[in-house]
Design a protein around this ligand. Structure first.
Ligand SMILES: [Zn+2]
Ligand SMILES: [Zn+2]
Length: 405
């Protein structure tokens, strides 16, 4: 079968990482650790597993970091190689193990990709999995599977940018009939933003700012609109196409980040007082209640801390590489900083439900429709073209790049 495979090879990794931005063609040569190639179709690793035939597979920003060899080296112990990339999927069940109940070949499903204690055959589960927080499993390197946090970073459990992927029955969610493949493939990124919004316990009338209006920023706006229609949403984005979508999806204003003008505009919209110290950027007192940072680079972290009101909340969702941050506003304004990763069993309207189930329910009830975010579809053999689009999203008016394996 054909699949996008990542092989860890230190010289190739360092070379590709150093050259990819300036010479992206290296990414489609034999020097690149990630390549589309023929591999053997996987066998079911146990009786509770199924094979998935993807209909639509998302290419995530984190997949792009892997391909570009720019992923944080801190994550290396939590993966095993070679692995098939891809953790966002709408697919069909192709084959079921003997002990699989509730799913049959042909069922249209999406997959919660985390490979925690339940998928690794670990009993009793770790403290985090016992609470339904599978994304924080303490056993990603243990049990009867190779090391890896999710399908798409784990040897022997192929992810979904592939003709065939694998999933444990506990990872499957049936896609309701009225939900499009496009919405279903976005369940994973959307669930991450739902998880972030749910963790904030927003109050009516708050003003929040979403930094970056790519897939994650736009999903955040959709999650805010669906769960908290009474919250005022500002956004920060440079690209005109992404800004327009942010406005259409519910952002009241989209502000261009960068320079003093950004701070002035946020101050004007929130009624904050802007202080302008010598030599450094302005600082607001009385700015936004919360920031959802879907970029996470030095500039966005820096600016977010300065525009938050006293006692405000900063949410780090993006996977940039922030360096040299001025942390003064954190203590000066008693800010709370929170990292966001994945999805879990949540509390919502007095009910305990997994974020994936809530996301699919919001799609099915027509409260959220993200299908327009799937702007590009490619065959696996068109991988070089898909990469070119993913690297130049503004130019191609691209949001979510997908494959039809
Ligand atoms: Zn992702
Ligand atoms: Zn666990």
């Amino acid at each position: 079968m054909k699949a996008l495979v990542f092989e860890y090879n230190i010289p190739k990794y360092l070379l590709t990482g150093a050259l990819a931005r300036k010479w992206p063609r290296i990414l489609t040569t034999d020097l690149a650790p990630a390549r589309v190639r023929e591999i053997e179709e996987p066998r079911l690793p146990g009786p509770e597993w199924v094979k998935i035939r993807p209909r639509l597979s998302g290419f995530c920003g984190s997949d792009l970091s892997i391909v570009l060899c720019r992923e944080s080296l801190t994550l290396a112990p939590f993966a095993s190689y070679p692995f098939v990339i891809g953790h966002e999927v709408c697919g069909e069940v192709a084959e079921v193990g003997e002990e699989v109940k509730g799913f049959r070949p042909g069922d249209r499903v999406t997959v919660m990709p985390m490979l925690g204690c339940p998928q690794r055959g670990i009993h009793p589960p770790c403290e985090m999995c016992a609470q339904g927080r599978f994304q924080l499993c303490e056993n990603f390197t243990e049990g009867n599977l190779p090391a890896g946090m999710f399908a798409g970073s784990t040897a022997e459990i192929p992810g979904y940018i592939s003709e065939v992927g694998l999933a444990h029955v506990s990872q499957l969610y049936l896609v309701p009939d009225g939900v499009s493949d496009e919405n279903a493939v976005l369940t994973e990124p959307f669930a991450t933003t739902l998880h972030m919004v749910l963790g904030n316990r927003l109050q009516p009338g708050e003003t929040v700012l979403v930094f970056g209006c790519g897939v994650m920023g736009l999903c955040t706006i959709a999650a805010l609109r669906a769960l908290h229609p009474d919250v005022r949403i500002l956004a920060a984005e440079i690209d005109p196409f992404h800004s327009r979508l942010a406005r259409e999806m519910g952002a009241e204003e989209v502000i261009r980040p960068g320079g003093k003008e950004f701070y002035r505009k946020v101050a004007e919209l929130t009624g904050a007082k802007m202080h302008t110290p010598l030599l450094v950027d302005p600082l607001l007192i009385g700015g936004v209640d919360r920031v959802f940072d879907a970029v996470g680079n030095t500039q966005t972290v820096h600016a977010s801390l300065r525009i938050l009101k006293n006692g405000g909340f900063y949410n780090l969702l993006g996977i940039g590489e922030p360096k040299r941050i001025d942390w003064t506003p954190v203590w000066l304004k008693e800010l709370t900083l929170r990292g966001i990763y994945g999805y879990q069993v949540e509390e919502w309207e007095g009910e305990r439900t997994h974020t994936f189930a809530l996301a699919l329910r919001l799609f099915a009830e027509g409260k959220v429709d993200l299908s327009r975010l799937v702007t590009h579809r490619f065959r696996l053999e068109e991988y070089p073209r898909a990469l070119e689009v993913a690297l130049n999203k503004g130019k191609h008016q691209a949001i979510k790049v997908t494959f039809m394996p």
